[in-house]
Design a protein around this ligand. Structure first.
Ligand SMILES: Nc1ncnc2c1ncn2[C@@H]1O[C@H](COP(=O)(O)OP(=O)(O)OP(=O)(O)O)[C@@H](O)[C@H]1O
Ligand SMILES: [Mg+2]
Length: 238
């Protein structure tokens, strides 16, 4: 069918957790779901080999899938991918990413693609994550923190996405803990941007991306994200 690009207002906002939750929840609805983390900087090392913790977590939420397609570009330094690649004397090969994505799209009904950092992070020269989204030609979900400071980050991300011609499915707020800011933020973001909030996911201690433990993330997404709205929205975008 298509892909959904999961970008965020920042690094560490919960893109991997939400992307895996979405992938798992769509799988439970009967979709054959693929996942992708096209570029991983700050890759971890296991048995002397680089690997992506994010890719492992995403892969834990779906049926067996080839890691070479899921994460075609691994970079050692924990920096913006464009900078990490430069330090390694490498150039991120966009056609490698596109080919892997095309193959995943061929094999699956829906491919959930996780970005790196936020939407304006450079991959090479002046090519940003937003350019990768338009290059793949898929709509985006924006993961945002639920708490204080999120209005500014979310509005800037939405504005950048709109200026780049990206179709925004909606915002998913993550790590909701309650409190005045968290309760009022969703309404303000939708009023100011017209972009729907398609989910508010509570903070849950069982979710552990670093330890590759999905915990409750799939059922949290099932219960707190409007998956029907997301599916309707990607069908409209086609
Ligand atoms: N709803 C949640 N409840 C509790 N912990 C969460 C939740 N969502 C994410 N986390 C934790 O927060 C941290 C950041 O989440 P995650 O790795 O998904 O962020 P990210 O945006 O993908 O980061 P990166 O930019 O490094 O890819 C992780 O330790 C993860 O286990
Ligand atoms: Mg991540």
């Amino acid at each position: 069918m298509t892909g959904i690009f999961v970008t965020g207002t920042d690094t560490n906002v919960g893109k991997t957790a939400v992307a895996a939750g979405l992938a798992g929840a769509l799988g439970l609805l009967g979709y054959n779901v693929g996942v992708m983390k096209p570029v991983q900087s700050g890759a971890a090392v296991k048995n002397g080999e680089l690997y992506s913790q994010d890719a492992e977590f995403l892969m834990a939420a779906v049926d067996k899938i080839e890691v070479e397609l899921v994460c075609p570009v691994l970079l050692k330094e924990a920096l913006a991918p464009g900078v990490a690649a430069q330090i390694e004397g490498r150039d991120i090969d966009l056609s490698l990413i596109k080919d892997a994505y095309t193959e995943l799209e061929r094999r699956h009904d829906i491919v959930i693609v996780e970005g790196a950092g936020g939407i304006a992070v450079p991959l090479k020269d002046k090519f940003l994550i937003s350019d990768l989204i338009t290059y793949l030609g898929i709509p985006a979900v924006i993961v945002a923190r639920a708490g204080l400071g999120t209005i500014n980050h979310t509005l800037l991300t939405i504005e950048h996405a709109k200026n780049s011609g990206i179709y925004i499915i909606g915002v998913i707020m993550n790590n909701y803990r309650g409190g005045m800011a968290e309760e009022t933020n969703p309404k303000i973001i939708t009023e100011l941007t017209g972009v729907p909030i398609v989910g508010i996911i509570p903070s849950d201690p069982t979710v552990d991306v670093e330890g590759c433990r999905l915990g409750s993330i799939i059922s949290l997404v099932e219960r707190n994200v409007n998956i029907d709205q997301i599916i309707r929205s990607i069908k409209t975008d086609k």
